[in-house]
Design a protein around this ligand. Structure first.
Ligand SMILES: Cc1cc2nc3c(=O)[nH]c(=O)nc-3n(C[C@H](O)[C@H](O)[C@H](O)COP(=O)(O)OP(=O)(O)OC[C@H]3O[C@@H](n4cnc5c(N)ncnc54)[C@H](O)[C@@H]3O)c2cc1C
Ligand code: FES
Ligand code: FES
Length: 468
């Protein structure tokens, strides 16, 4: 196995499931990358992962505590040591000048994430700088000083906004000069895993569920790294369908111009799901297979009537996502089958879609209840409808009766009240740490109203709320 860590080519025979964080700290003795939570929450372990795509290196931030080294084969991993120079770089200087570091434990993670912001081709606005650090937590500073540092870095980048090349960043001393040699080095690394596909092995996508749930087991399990398999990568848009391959990540969808043309609110909805470094590595297939009753993308795609293409490496079959869940964490899938593709129909100009999520914190929290709806309209009449809700049953729920009830009806306040009554009969919430069953029932009511309020702003929400 080969990859580049900072300036050095790494060759290792360690198990590919070995954690990148442990490799960096204990095999390479680079202690700048910190261990906070080991669950993807704090960002102290953030690194950049650079991948050669169409002849250019694309860097993304990632949590090394959830990334197996198998996922970085043939890539460039940058830890804080790979950013350090003789003197503080402009990001480190801004953090120091603004008092954005106190105990310093979180600081390497923030600096790495902000470096990712600078390398990234997105516009270097202050808002984008803040988004880049949405996966980093600081216990000391109260964030205002970090926000000021982010503002300074954004201003520096905006000075020459049309020039984003690595050379420009090297000239600005944001990254060291060795970055200019990485592209050539990466093109010489061969990736043997790419050719392997053994459906009997455990599939690993981003590892953001697997390494939270069973990190110890992952270092001796026979694994298949889906992100290395060419046929499982990327998104395909045909005349009728949007097809996400089995290793398509959340960030790939967010960044897909075509996908966003059809779902302009997707990027905004996705901001409510995990954080930038998690979205950069987490796959949609991983979310669906995890079968969490509150999986956000599962609910999203349930309401879009997604179809799965499962394969055992030889044969494949199609199944509707709504028929995929048989019971709590029980899937309509054979042991050897993996998700090859997830497809949805291309929406027409009369299609409407909305997603809502309620959690204790707005960001970086799992839902108490989430909900999505898609509607096909003809004037004021519903031709087709699909409603999905999470957190109110043992599986991510497709509300088939509520969906069927809406079809053929005219949109008005009374219809929403009636649909709500049917939804209440379909759901089975239990009381747990995310709320009592009564609270979750209330949330389902409110979220269904919220859908219609967003999609049909002329409806009288006050009238609806008073009627409840
Ligand atoms: C800090 C943090 C915050 C999070 N926040 C949210 C949130 O807000 N909402 C939410 O829904 N989730 C959240 N998650 C959960 C997680 O990020 C998602 O479920 C993610 O989509 C999982 O994808 P993955 O590729 O990382 O899965 P992995 O961990 O790689 O795999 C998960 C499961 O899917 C299987 N698998 C992966 N790919 C395939 C395939 N192609 N075919 C068959 N099986 C496959 C694996 O074997 C495993 O059983 C969060 C996780 C973390 C760590
Ligand atoms: S150690 Fe906290 S996110 Fe990795
Ligand atoms: S400076 Fe102490 S955790 Fe951020």
């Amino acid at each position: 196995m080969q990859f580049i860590l900072n300036e050095n080519i790494i060759k290792t025979d360690l198990h590919p499931g070995f954690l990148l964080l442990d490799f960096i700290r204990y095999e390479q003795n680079l202690k700048g990358t910190k261990i906070g939570c080991r669950e993807g929450d704090c960002g102290a372990c953030t690194v950049l992962i650079g991948e050669l795509i169409d002849g250019e290196i694309k860097y993304k931030s990632a949590t090394s505590c959830l990334t197996p080294i198998g996922n970085v084969i043939g890539k460039h991993v940058v830890s804080i040591e790979g950013i350090n120079g003789e003197i503080l770089n402009p990001i480190q200087q801004a953090m120091a000048d603004e008092g954005a570091t106190q105990c310093g434990f979180c600081t390497p993670g923030f600096v790495v994430s902000l470096t990712g912001f600078c390398i990234n081709k997105k516009t270097h606005t202050y808002d984008n700088a803040i988004s880049a650090i949405d996966g980093n937590i600081c216990r000391c500073t109260g964030y205002k000083s970090i926000e000021r540092a982010a503002q300074k870095i954004s201003t520096l980048m905006l000075e020459k906004e049309d020039n984003h090349t690595l050379e420009d960043l090297i000239e600005k001393k944001i990254i060291p000069s060795y970055f200019s040699t990485i592209k050539e080095q990466l093109s010489n690394i061969n990736n043997p895993i790419e050719k392997l596909i053994n459906p009997k092995h455990k599939f690993i996508g981003g590892g953001t569920d697997l390494y939270v749930q069973k990190p110890e087991k992952m270092t001796d399990e026979a694994a298949h790294f889906s992100i290395h398999h060419k046929d499982l990568k990327g998104i395909l848009i045909t005349k009728d369908e949007i097809i996400m391959n089995g290793a398509c990540t959340v960030s790939e969808l967010i960044e897909s111009v075509e996908f966003n043309a059809y779902f302009p609110s997707f990027a905004q909805h996705s901001k409510l799901v995990s954080s930038t470094p998690i979205r950069n590595i987490a796959t949609i297939a991983g979310n669906i297979i995890n079968a969490s009753p509150i999986g956000d993308f599962t609910i999203f795609f349930l309401a879009l009537n997604a179809q799965l293409q499962l394969s055992d490496g030889v044969e494949n079959r199609k199944i509707a996502l709504k028929d995929f869940y048989k019971g709590y964490k029980q899937l309509n899938k054979n042991e050897n089958e993996f998700i090859e593709k997830i497809s949805i129909k291309i929406p027409t100009k009369n299609s409407l879609f909305n997603f809502e999520k309620v959690s204790k914190r707005t960001n970086l929290d799992i839902a108490s209840v989430n909900a999505a709806i898609s509607i096909l309209l003809d004037q004021n009449t519903i031709l087709d409808a699909a409603v999905a809700v999470g957190g109110v049953g043992p599986i991510p729920m497709f509300l088939s009766k509520t969906s069927a009830y809406l079809i053929g009806k005219t949109i008005n306040e009374q219809l929403i009240l009636e649909a709500n009554e049917i939804a209440q009969m379909e759901i089975l919430p239990i009381s747990d740490t995310r709320g009592s069953s009564e609270y979750k029932r209330l949330l389902v009511r409110q979220l269904i109203i919220a859908h219609f309020n967003k999609l049909f702003p002329t409806l009288s929400v006050e009238k609806l709320i008073c009627a409840l």
